[in-house]
Design a protein around this ligand. Structure first.
Ligand code: ZN
Length: 241
């Protein structure tokens, strides 16, 4: 079955910063959707300034996995759209939150925590360690890979303990960070993936593309389960004989 992905990007840095535009001329969302399509995944894009942020009921109903990149405009995302995305995740849609999406409304809503962390923009080396090599998101990766220049995110990262922690980053400056975190929310799977600062060419790197592609396959709904029963119910067995 073809997986249907919607890549959402606030698409503001690319318009305002020449350096970012040089790395992602058609936006981060276009780069991500292109490598997903090359991997045989059906990928469309949506951006903040489209009507309903590009996330209409029809788009959400036809999305198996939503990818989220946001940074400077988290507050511009309307709450009623966040409500709908949350509802879809609880109903089984996968969600992959990238980099500065740690402070997005949808991630904070789903985690129930602040998403706060330490950061530093020093273009330092990041070594991403694969600590669960048997996890589907680690497929095809080595023991570790290096991103030559990235923004640093450091612990403590204010999230609930992940259901699975697949990737841990070490930074040149000495900090460490939980970079690849899996969560189950309702019937939906959520993956947070740290790398992807807008002034670094991170999403052009094959290992990073591999993680995101694997995460899409992992987060896609795997079973067509019926919705759980939530009303008052008669006993299945005779009570009290
Ligand atoms: Zn950043």
């Amino acid at each position: 079955m073809t997986i249907r992905v919607t890549v959402w990007n606030e698409y503001r840095h690319e318009h305002q910063n020449e350096k970012v535009r040089a790395i992602y001329p058609e936006g981060i969302h276009t780069t991500i959707s292109s490598f997903l399509r090359a991997a045989g995944i059906e990928a469309r894009t949506a951006t903040l300034d489209e009507p309903e942020h590009g996330l209409t009921d029809t788009v959400l109903a036809n999305t198996d996995v939503l990818i989220w990149w946001g940074h400077m405009a988290h507050d511009d995302v309307r709450d009623e759209i966040v409500d709908k995305v949350q509802e879809r995740v609880l109903d089984g849609m996968g969600l992959i939150v990238l980099h500065s999406g740690h402070h997005s409304k949808i991630f904070r809503r789903l985690m129930g925590t602040s998403g706060n962390l330490k950061w530093r923009e020093a273009n330092e080396r990041e070594r991403v360690w694969v600590i669960e090599p048997g996890h589907p998101i680690a497929e095809g990766l080595g023991e570790h890979f290096v991103i030559p220049h990235e923004e640093m995110y450091g612990e403590r990262f204010d999230i609930p303990t992940p259901d699975a922690l697949v990737l841990v980053s070490w930074f040149e400056g000495g900090d460490v960070f939980r970079s690849g975190c899996c969560f189950q929310r309702g019937r939906g799977r959520v993956f947070y993936f740290r790398p992807g600062h807008e002034t670094c060419p991170t999403y052009h790197q094959p290992e990073v593309q591999r993680v995101i592609t694997n995460a899409v396959r992992w987060a896609a709904p795997h079973t067509i389960a019926s919705a759980p029963v939530v009303n008052v119910t008669e006993p299945l067995e005779k009570i009290g004989g």
